[in-house]
Each structure stands twice: as C-alpha cells, then as structure tokens.
Design a protein around this ligand. Structure first.
Ligand SMILES: [Zn+2]
Length: 460
C-alpha cells in the first residue's frame, strides 16, 4: 500500500511539473509575442537618444533623461517610480580639442582624437612634444624616467582581433586607457595618446575612463582613432614625430545625478527583490544608444510587458537605471549602500549592459557560498529558453549590480552577440541608427522571461 501511495505521489509531482512547464512555455511565448508585436523599447530608445543624448552623469542631459524615464515608469499601471539621491563627480570635456601631428616637412596634420574621461586639459598654449610609441605599461618602466620625461607617450597595443569574445579582447587592452596616462605621468611624460579600444579600422576616437594615482601629477590623456594610430605609428617608423595637443577638459566637482527607480510590489514575498537594470549615463559624445540606453529601455520594458499581460508578480520587481557607471560607479555604489542600510535582500539582479544586439543568453555569478545551488536551480529552465537561441554560462554580469553580491542573491548579465559592440562603444557613432529594433526587442523578451521564472519559482 505504502509503495502504491509513493508511486502515486511521484506520478502526481511528475505530471504537475509537466503541466506547469507547459504553462511556463506558453507564458514565455506570450512574453515574446508582446515584445515583438507591441514593443515600446525602440520608440523609447529613440526619444532617449535624440532628446537626451550625451548623458554624462551630472550634466543637464542626464537630468533630462532621468525625468524622461521616471515619467515613463510612473505611467505604467501599478508601477511606483522615484529618484534615489546620488552625487557624481562631473567631468566637462570643454570646447577645445586640437590635436595635430607633424609630417616630414614639419607641416601640421589633424588627428582624430578625444580627451579620455576624467582627463585634465593642457595649459592654454597647449603641448608640443616628441612622441614615443609603446605597447603597454611595462614599456614605460623599461624606458625609464630619462627617456619618458617631457615626451608624449603613445600606447598602441591593439585589441586582439583573434579573440572571438570581444569583451575579453577589450579586457586585454583597456589597461592602457585606464592606467596609461597616470603611468606615463609618473615617469614625467607631458601627455599620453591611447589607441582606441576597437578592432574596427575607422576614424572614430573611443573615449572612456582614465584613472590617475593620487600621488602622481596628472597629464592629459586622449584616445586616438585606429586609422590615425596606424598613421602615427607608420610615421614614427620613418623618423621622429611631434604632436601638438590643446584641450581644456576638467573635473568640475560633485553634482546631483540620481538613480531612477520603478517598482511593482510583490504580492506574496514583497521582501524578496528582483532587480532589473542598466545604466542611464553615457559618455558625452554620441547618444549612448547601445551603451547603455538599450539596457535601460529593456529593463523598463520588463515591467510594461508584465502589466500589459496582466501578470502580478509574487516578488518585488524593481527597475533601477543607474547613474555614473562610466566614470566612477557612484550610482551602483550608492544604491548598494541604501539597500544594505535598509536591510534589503536582492534575490536576483539582472543587468543589460552589452548593447542592444541579439540576445545569446545569460551569465551568472554569486557569492561562492550560494552559487552552486542557485546555478543548479536556474539551469532547470534552460530547455524552455534554448529554442529562443539562449544559453547559460558562468561569468561576469554587470558593474552596477556587482556591489550587491554580498547580499548573496544571484547576479545575472544579459549576453548579446557582441561582435559589433566595440564598433560603437564610447564613440560619436553610438546612436539610434546603430540599433536594430528587432534585436533590441528580443533582448527585452529574454530578460522578461528570465524575470518571470525567477518570480514564479524563486531561487532555492
Ligand atoms: Zn555600459
């Protein structure tokens, strides 16, 4: 009798699983249909880009974008939206950007270059100095103070074109931009030029953050387009070359740059928060379409899809559009501080910050004490998502949600087809024209499906 009862119970659980999986498959299909037939992501992104492009944290453009997105969130049924106070160190590019190299006859040829974020400018008269090409930070130490002093250091190690993972190629080269100017300054250089972080050959300089060591005197750092990096390198092989730089960028100090929050309270487990986010700030050049307007509108779309399908979450679903990811991470740090001091618990946090390209799946990360259990749990859902071309892997997720790792929930990153991401990253070319509507919508649908499953089943 007991055996029969056990068999009956197992059959019941098995059938129940099948039935609920059928329901989940149907819901995931409905989510995709809604995203692809009635999607709001593309018109939202168009407005965000065209009306509030160049949203560096602390700028008027950033505040405009914050009000714009907060109002959209407030217009969604059942969503409460708010600002979270945050201050960011505002960097202003200024209005002078003159960069020339000398040719063999001493004539000045213009170079496509842009100051790096947080860089200091030159003096009023500018800088004219001989250029030394290097492949990395170690070369500066090898050259020593005498040979570096007074020169313009030109970092010219390209991103590895053979790396299929473009983010790995970026990670392998970006130390030149982040720490190169500071290192050159430590050895007495007058300025630093850095080859742009892209495998593309074009005329767009790619800006991005540079960080100075406190003890070092700050020298100007600029990104140079890959075409002009090649041109400069070729000229240097023929003989000495000098470069003239005149810029007036500077850090102007702390300014208000709030995080934007939109939330639906959970009906059964309101204290279990599921965060979806992107970063609202961008660099000042370009419209910040792929980086990261796309992630912001996709996160907002998750709430819109839920409300339009009449789905009432059990857990609290919170959209967070972070401030200042690009030059300081003030938004992510401030959010985690508020959250920790309010004793909140984030069951999961999903960030989209790999561009609005076709989704390829999700990467997962968590504190080692919980990672195995969480990953095993979510892996059960993979068969339902594979038919949408989605895969799971372990790895990095998002800079803004990183500080939440100590709450021991699951961190998730949307993975995209990133082969073209670094064609646009941090350039004047990162505009709405670079984003494909359908690819953007598919990303939002993938995120909504994942959030739906986490909300329904939790992560145990
Ligand atoms: Zn980004």
């Amino acid at each position: 009798m007991r055996i029969l009862l056990c068999l009956f119970l197992s059959l019941f659980v098995f059938l129940n699983d099948i039935l609920s999986q059928d329901g989940d498959v149907f819901m995931i299909k409905k989510i995709h249909d809604e995203a692809l037939q009635n999607g709001h992501v593309y018109p939202w992104l168009t407005d965000l880009c065209v009306k509030h492009g160049g949203r560096i944290a602390g700028s008027d453009a950033y505040m405009g974008a914050a009000i714009f997105t907060k109002d959209i969130l407030a217009s969604l049924n059942g969503v409460k939206s708010s600002f979270q106070d945050c201050e960011a160190n505002y960097w202003n590019r200024g209005d002078k950007n003159e960069v020339y190299m000398t040719d063999e006859s001493g004539k000045l040829l213009p170079l496509n270059a842009l100051s790096l974020g947080n860089s200091v400018g030159t003096s009023n008269e500018g800088i004219m100095a001989e250029v030394i090409e290097v492949k990395g930070l170690d070369d500066i130490e090898a050259l020593g103070h005498n040979r570096v002093s007074g020169k313009i250091i030109f970092y010219n190690r390209p991103m590895d074109a053979t790396s299929i993972r473009t983010f790995s190629a970026y990670g392998g080269a970006v130390d030149q931009r982040t720490y190169g100017p500071s290192k050159a300054g430590e050895y007495g250089a007058a300025a630093a030029l850095v080859r742009s972080m892209t495998t593309n050959q074009d005329d767009f300089p790619h800006t991005g953050l540079t960080i100075y060591k406190d003890s070092v005197s700050k020298i100007p750092g600029l990104a140079l387009s890959t075409n002009d990096a090649n041109k400069l390198s070729k000229a240097l092989k023929a003989g000495p070359v000098s470069v003239y730089i005149n810029t007036n960028c500077k850090v102007e100090g702390l300014r208000s740059a709030p995080n934007v929050i939109g939330e639906i309270k959970g009906s059964e487990f309101p204290d279990e928060i599921i965060l979806i986010g992107g970063h609202l700030d961008s660099w000042d050049v370009g419209q910040g379409a792929h980086d990261d307007g796309s992630g912001c509108v996709q996160a907002m779309e998750v709430l819109r899809i839920f409300t339009s399908l009449g789905y009432h979450p059990k857990r609290t679903i919170r959209v967070v559009l972070f401030s200042n990811e690009e030059n300081g991470l003030a938004g992510g740090k401030t959010y985690a501080q508020f959250s920790n001091s309010n004793k909140e618990f984030h069951l999961a946090a999903l960030e989209s910050d790999s561009g609005g390209f076709s989704p390829k799946g999700f990467s997962f990360d968590a504190d080692t004490s919980v990672f195995k259990t969480c990953y095993r749990h979510v892996s059960k859902w993979l068969p339902m998502l594979e038919s949408y071309g989605l895969h799971f892997e372990k790895g990095g997720t998002g800079s803004d949600i990183g500080p939440l790792k100590s709450q021991k929930g699951l961190l998730i990153g949307l993975r995209t087809d990133s082969q073209r991401y670094f064609d646009f990253h941090h350039t004047a070319n990162d505009s709405i024209e670079a984003v494909n509507r359908r690819e953007l919508e598919l990303g939002a649908a993938a995120m909504t499906s994942m959030i739906f499953l986490i909300d329904k089943y939790g992560i145990k």
